[in-house]
Design a protein around this ligand. Structure first.
Ligand code: UT7
Length: 344
């Protein structure tokens, strides 16, 4: 549940502080995996991938690069953009399904590498909705008044958990990271407005990494059966994603009395171009406002939202004062949407 209606907020319901996004940093590894490369690896072709997914290439990390490494790169860019030291951070939230290891949390590894001596933090596991859950959490930490600088990082090295003999999943995913800094504002016109987040565990079997946890620890058998890779029922996930991305975004806009014409940018999770356009069409959004960069990066899980935000800014589609909707659906199932007024 969100807390208040844009422009109609009773004074007593306004939290003391509102949260704004003050910096953005992104990192993608330089190595590319193109559709032509995939044609050499599995029974697929460029035309099928482009038509069915919209993806032309993905960035892939070299074997020595892990999720924390990409997270640190993105974090450093965000800190530099804001002109602050890591020691000023109060908390670090790392959204990922590909942590360096199950524990310690990747947030701890990132905190240490950055030298963020005053920060606490944790990993947030919500797959493709991870970054939006991270933003929601950070906005509330800041608006509570207890935190002044929270860094939300989405970082996923999906290539480590993808089966490059399975054509139904290997064409979809790529590696990358993005970070946003959340700080308080006293300007009532900017920042975090509302959210609609949901989980629905009844869909858990449709998209998962079956082995490696306490249910199915790693054995020679699980490795032989390739159970440490992503397994997906693509058409189930597809249908759910279109419906929930539409429904949650509609609820978010309706209860804040925001029409599509007032939204400057709709920044969706990038899983499949057809999911995005189907959801945006149902919402009645002008396609110019719908940010799509899946052709360049594929699905980078927790990193898609910051990467697409950066590209929206660079394309002049997101400017200070604009209303922006972030929307995602992912494994779990998880569903997340946020409404913000953009700050820079
Ligand atoms: O972030 C959340 C994570 N995931 C998603 O959101 C993914 C959601 N799902 C999807 O994006 C789509 O379901 C896929 C891209 C995974 C699949 O597209 P589709 O249009 O739903 O295809 P399909 O699974 O219905 O398969 C159609 C055909 C099948 O062949 P037959 O049985 O009709 O002969 C597949 O075997 O396409 C075949 N196929 C491929 N052909 C060439 C599946 N993958 C490939 C491939 N290249 N890579």
């Amino acid at each position: 549940m969100g807390w208040y209606i844009l422009d109609l907020v009773p004074e007593h319901a306004i939290p003391k502080y509102r949260a704004k996004i003050t910096a953005l940093g992104c990192y993608t590894p330089p190595g590319l995996l193109t559709n032509q490369d995939l044609e050499q690896m599995v029974d697929t072709n460029n035309q099928w991938i482009l038509e069915r997914t919209g993806i032309a290439q993905r960035h892939i990390a070299t074997p020595d690069v892990a999720t924390s490494d990409m997270a640190v790169e993105a974090a450093r860019i965000a800190l530099e953009q804001r002109g602050i030291e890591a020691g000023e951070l109060d908390a670090i939230v790392v959204c990922t399904v590909t942590p360096d290891m199950l524990f310690p949390a990747t947030a701890c590894l990132v905190q240490n590498r950055l030298g963020a001596k005053g920060a606490w933090g944790f990993d947030l596991v919500a797959a493709c909705s991870g970054f939006i859950y991270g933003l929601t959490t950070a906005a509330h930490l800041v608006s509570a008044g207890s935190h002044k600088k929270v860094l939300v990082i989405g970082s996923d090295t999906m290539s480590r958990i993808i089966d490059y003999t399975d054509r139904s999943t290997c064409v979809l995913f790529g590696d990358g990271a993005g970070a946003m800094l959340i700080e308080p504002t006293e300007d009532g016109e900017v920042g975090f407005i509302d959210f609609v987040n949901e989980i629905d565990g009844s869909g858990g079997d449709y998209l998962k990494q079956p082995a490696g946890g306490s249910r199915m620890p790693a054995t020679a058998e699980t490795v032989k059966n390739r159970l440490h890779f992503v397994k997906q029922d693509g058409s189930q996930v597809f249908k759910y994603a279109v419906r929930k991305m539409f429904e949650s975004s509609r609820e978010l806009l309706q209860r804040n009395d925001v029409s599509c014409s007032r939204v400057a940018a709709f920044i969706p999770h990038q899983a499949n171009r057809r999911i995005i356009t189907a959801a945006a069409d149902r919402l009645g959004l002008n396609c110019e406002k719908v940010i799509i960069n899946i052709d360049q990066y594929g699905n980078t899980t927790a990193a898609t939202i910051p990467l697409a935000t950066r590209d929206a800014i660079q394309a002049g589609k997101l400017k200070k004062g604009d209303l922006v909707v972030f929307a995602a659906v992912g494994a779990g199932y998880t569903v997340g949407t946020n409404l913000w007024r953009w700050e820079f």
